[in-house]
Unconditional design. Sequence first.
Length: 261
Amino acid sequence: MIDGIVLRTVQYRDHDVIVELLTAEEGRLSAIARGAKKSRKRYGAALELGNRVRLEFGRGGKGLRAVGTIDVVKPTKAVLRDLDRFHQLSYALELTGRLAPEGQPDRSGYLLLDAFLDRLDAWPATPLGLVTWEIAVLAHHGFALQFWPCVCTGGGADMLSLAAGGAYGRGAGSYADGLAIDPTALHQLAQVGAGAESPIAIQTHYVEIRRALDHVWAQITGKPLRSARFLEPLNPVSTEKLNESPSPASALPTSSDVKTL
């Protein structure tokens, strides 16, 4: 038996489905669910995106392992009923699928995604929750960027570069992947990375923050994430709703927690 999170499914031939999962023990893996399109009785809703499942592989042959039994441990019911939550779910699953090592243990990556899905199931989708998770994922994969101050001078910054290791001032250097970013957005990213919770400030500068993170992920993964276009603009979350949530990012590990996972 192995626990996994459903990252995506792809129809194969007429009746089969290839399911991609994130597991703690084997990282990212793929298996074939035979007859899944022909009859839902065998698998039910277990193959829904984001479901936390427990599966046992059946007798395989050549190629992909076959799904034998699969049971839902934690469903994504609440997420699938809300468009903003579903957009963040799709984004998190696509990004994880791009980054997760295939066939290699990745317990910390698994726990980061599991915690984000728990948060998304319990509370409204907010920019702060997603950005907090993304910064933790960056750190987990070895990209603990310095968003503020300038990595070169320690002063102000208005550019962002993966090659530079974070933010830098326009006059402090030149990097081929440099992107001009509003200094306020860079400062907000640094505050989130340090564990600060300022949902209203993040909401105000979210478009620019989103542009900065999209640029970084495109550099890391080699191309833009398709699901990222649905995050901008995110439907506004009212101040009242933000205040109702006891702590929008409190259920998520921060970048400083990654080493202890």
